[in-house]
Design a protein around this ligand. Structure first.
Ligand code: ATP
Ligand code: MG
Length: 291
């Protein structure tokens, strides 16, 4: 059985949060919940409670979610294959359909209902709703000047920030699926980290928090790196220490910071209440990215 926590310690733990609650008062914080950190229902519940708590202490959370493993699972059931290029999913028409159904049809709705049940009303939206995320087809230039074709992968060009602000001011937490649309009505699959960065930039958020399935960015020997600059990131990329799904995450952090978001971190979404520990305690958590 767990030892009871002495009252003074309990009080000290609560007080540790005070400076953080004060500094994030009224601030917008974009939380990206990765598909890999989302498979455990207990963690999903803990995250919903964290987001609800933030909302009740006066922070304005905005949730963006991924869904890699869940999209892979449905593709496999349908006999379709998954391919990744530099951490991005090759997206043909059938894959786009599956991504739209899984992300917008199930994952976002589940997150929104969990949050709403925790007392924090939330609304699920894809980038197609209210032209929330306008996008263009993403180009992936290569050193030799050739371009890799990754299909219907989108790059956000514009985020409807007034729509989000309207929801936030109405006390509603937006839960955003990373699907974009262009002005011809073509929809696109957007990497969720890139979508979260675009949202954080458009809202001039106080912080972008990317939750994933590793403790943060790991160095050559597998140790956690607490703080990374843009120069460190280029070096680690060149050494191929950073690869796969971590590439879009770091690009997202740098882009959001360049665009005016005031802080960015990559943290372990497998740790229950990681968001609270990151945001409201002295220690912080995971890898902080700085320009
Ligand atoms: N240097 C590194 N440190 C940590 N993880 C790394 C590194 N290089 C590559 N990775 C990979 O990046 C992965 C995280 O990105 P991934 O896209 O798989 O998950 P996610 O973004 O959390 O989920 P989703 O894509 O579903 O939103 C890790 O599981 C790890 O395999
Ligand atoms: Mg990813």
């Amino acid at each position: 059985m767990n030892e009871p926590i002495p009252d003074q310690l309990r009080a000290a733990i609560l007080m540790e949060a005070l400076p953080y609650i004060r500094s994030y008062q009224g601030a917008k914080v974009v939380i990206k919940y990765g598909g890999h950190a989302m498979v455990d229902p207990a963690l999903q519940e803990a995250l919903a409670l964290d987001v609800a708590l933030l909302r009740f202490v006066g922070v304005n959370p905005v949730v963006v979610h991924g869904g890699g493993p869940q999209i892979n699972a449905l593709l496999t059931k349908l006999g379709l294959e998954s391919h990744f290029v530099e951490g991005l999913r090759y997206t043909d028409e059938p894959t786009l359909d599956v991504a739209r159904m899984v992300l917008g049809g199930r994952i976002a709705k589940d997150i929104a209902s969990r949050l709403s049940l925790a007392g924090a009303p939330a609304l699920a939206l894809t980038g197609q709703d209210g032209l929330l995320i306008e996008a263009t087809r993403k180009k992936l230039p290569q050193p030799q000047g050739v371009e890799l074709d990754i299909g219907l992968v989108g790059e956000p060009t514009k985020v409807n920030a007034p729509l989000l602000t309207h929801l936030i001011e109405g006390g509603i937490i937006p839960v955003i699926s990373p699907i974009g649309v262009d002005l011809n009505g073509q929809s696109y699959n957007i990497n969720a980290d890139a979508a979260a960065a675009a949202v954080a930039e458009a809202l001039q958020a106080a912080r972008l928090i990317l939750l994933t399935d590793v403790p943060g960015v790991l160095g050559k020997d597998g140790q956690l790196i607490n703080r990374l600059t843009a120069a460190d990131i280029s070096a680690l990329h060149a050494e191929k220490v950073i690869a796969g799904g971590m590439l879009p995450k770091l690009t997202a952090c740098l882009n959001s910071l360049k665009g005016g978001c005031r802080g960015a971190a990559i943290i372990d979404g497998r740790v229950p209440h990681a968001v609270l520990l990151e945001l409201l305690t002295e220690r912080g958590y995971g890898t902080e990215v700085v320009l």
